[in-house]
Write a protein that binds this ligand. Structure first.
Ligand code: GLU
Length: 423
């Protein structure tokens, strides 16, 4: 799925995009050569072949990846995505982002990511179940509650997590709830996990509006992507008094200056519809949606949506990166020059992994928290992390993006120095 056309070729490799930010932060931190080299390389990369018998009895072999980027601070943590466009480079970048993300919000995990090259839209539930179970079995040697704990990501959901947990538990000969997060509530999932990423986006958007001296009431919000993150962020921002004037999915963008009826849009999508058939506003191209006049833009779809090609035309005052890597490194400088305040992905969308951490803790305690407790603790972590990043931004006179990377790399590097190198 390509949402933005004409992406310059040097901007399409997300690993390079991530690394250019890493390099800048490492230089400013004056990171020593040895640690720099360690942190530039993923710890472990696994590529597996996944044979699946399709419904027509044909055998198809899919390719899957699982990458542990860094586990100095704790078990590798990160989602699994199903998409025809997944590559090892992308999974490496996403695993690195998970490492920095967990460090920015200071939760005791390292970073991982997984992906399977497939188009789930063209697969039956039975085929998806077989694919998930065989993929789990193939990467099982590097999974474990203290080793690597997967979660949902693009095109994976609670049902997929349930299959992963069941497959792992069958091999372990007992039920292991803490092997995966983002599970259905009835089998050890946490209250508040489903909304957590979108809720985190809303919380840091509120902080950013305050920080920028902009009123919350009536602030115009445009959200790209209407999956779990985008639809939740839109709904929660509207509940706080903001006005959501643009939404989109892979079929179209929808624009309505009077505010979109989000309940109607969610009902439409939940019933299996796409926004192309939703009549709550004018239909516009995705590229146009990103350039709408608004206070807050929340790109919550895929990587590489804001590039040096369209960054000069972005009119938002605040960008809250709900997706991982929606802005390329080249676009960063353009946005900075324009004075756009960017809440970087590794902070903005960290609400999901934060509640994943709560879920893992609850599974290990065997004691389950109320929704109120989850939301209160999530708010505390998101708001405090935003403030930590702001302090770093001011004290080091850098952009919030560079501040996030510096804070994260500093935390990971600190642990590496304490642990030393096993020889
Ligand atoms: N896939 C989500 C992310 O990119 C959640 C990861 C998790 O909860 O482990 O942050």
């Amino acid at each position: 799925m390509t949402l933005t056309k004409d992406i310059p070729l040097d901007e399409v490799n997300p690993f390079e995009s991530m690394m250019s930010r890493f390099d800048r932060a490492a230089e400013l931190l004056d990171l020593d050569r040895g640690l720099y080299t360690i942190l530039r390389n993923p710890e472990k990369q696994l590529i597996v072949s996944i044979p699946v018998r399709r419904d027509d009895e044909e055998i198809q072999v899919f390719t899957g990846f699982r990458v542990h980027y860094n586990t100095a601070r704790g078990p590798a943590k990160g989602g699994i995505r199903f998409s025809p466009d997944v590559t090892l480079e992308e999974v490496k970048a996403l695993a690195a982002w998970m490492t920095w993300k967990c460090a920015v919000v200071n939760i005791p995990f390292g970073g991982a990511k997984g992906g399977v090259v497939c188009d789930p839209r063209g697969m039956s539930t039975r085929e998806l179940e077989h694919l998930t179970r065989r993929y789990t079995a193939e990467i099982m040697s590097i999974l474990g509650p203290d080793t690597d704990v997967p979660a949902p990501d693009v095109n994976t959901n609670e049902q997929v997590m349930a299959w992963i947990m069941d497959t792992y538990s069958a091999h372990a000969r007992h039920t292991v709830t803490s092997i995966v997060t983002g599970k259905p509530i009835e089998m050890g999932g946490s209250l508040g996990r489903r909304d957590a990423t979108g809720r985190g986006c809303m919380l840091v958007t509120l902080e950013a509006l305050r920080q920028q001296g902009l009123p919350v009431e009536g602030a115009r919000v445009v959200v790209q992507g209407f999956g779990n993150v985008g639809s939740t962020a839109a709904r929660l921002c509207a509940q706080r008094g903001m006005k959501v004037v643009g939404i989109s999915d892979f079929t179209t963008g929808v624009h309505n200056e009077d505010g979109i009826d989000l309940e109607a849009a969610e009902d439409h999508v939940r019933a299996g519809g796409v926004l192309e058939d939703f009549e709550g506003g004018d239909h516009i191209a995705n590229a146009e949606l990103l350039e709408l006049d608004c206070e807050v833009l929340i790109p919550a779809a895929l990587e590489n949506q804001i590039t040096r090609a369209n960054a000069p035309r972005i009119q938002a005052k605040i960008i809250c990166e709900g997706a991982n890597g929606p802005t390329t490194a080249n676009a960063d400088a353009i946005l900075e020059d324009k004075g756009v305040f960017v809440i970087p992905d590794i902070l903005a969308n960290a609400g999901g992994v934060t509640v994943s951490y709560f879920e893992w803790v609850q599974n290990r305690e065997g004691y389950y928290w109320s929704r109120e407790r989850v939301e209160k603790r999530l708010k505390k972590i998101m708001v405090n992390s935003f403030k930590d990043v702001m302090r770093y931004t001011e004290s080091h006179d850098v952009s919030p993006r560079t501040a996030c990377y510096m804070l994260a790399i500093d935390r990971v590097a600190f642990v590496h120095r304490l642990r030393g190198i096993y020889a």
